[in-house]
Design a protein around this ligand. Structure first.
Ligand code: FES
Length: 150
């Protein structure tokens, strides 16, 4: 990512956080029933403020949040607290691309699709589809989670 792209991305996130509109990241207009097209987000990064209401579940081990479509992943992100780290996966189901729900008891279900399930490592465990969910590098610094595109 060049400096201009970095500043543009960082500015958008900073503005969203400053304006208290972080919920835009969790409630964008993606339709969970319609597959989305993967995007190349190499070099991009998004920050999530875990003190914002929508992300408070990520302060507790096992807590999970599903975001809406964003610059990192057009299907949105599945975020899962795991000890001192937070894992990030695409919400794009490996079957036909419908959005997955946040993890509950370590399992994410494709409830809007055909019921596929994925474990907390992003591996397919039941239902149609196969393989693993795309995962993203993350960095947790205090209450700020950074997800790196790729
Ligand atoms: S799209 Fe997820 S199970 Fe079919």
């Amino acid at each position: 990512m060049n400096r201009r792209d970095f500043l543009t991305t960082s500015s958008k996130v900073a503005c969203a956080c400053a304006l208290g509109v972080g919920s835009l990241l969790t409630n964008s207009c993606s339709n969970p029933n319609e597959p989305s097209t993967p995007i190349d987000s190499t070099g991009l990064e998004l920050d999530f403020d875990l003190t914002i209401d929508e992300f408070i579940p990520l302060q507790i081990d096992g807590g999970s949040v599903a975001t809406g479509s964003n610059e990192i992943d057009s299907a949105g992100l599945l975020l899962l607290r795991s000890g001192d780290n937070i894992k990030a996966f695409t919400r794009r189901c490996t079957h036909q691309g419908v959005q997955l729900n946040a993890f509950s008891n370590g399992v994410s279900v494709c409830a809007f699709g055909h019921g596929a399930q994925f474990n907390e490592n992003g591996n397919h465990i039941s239902g149609p589809g196969d393989g693993s969910l795309k995962s993203y590098e993350t960095l947790l610094d205090g209450n700020v989670l950074t997800v790196f595109g790729g």
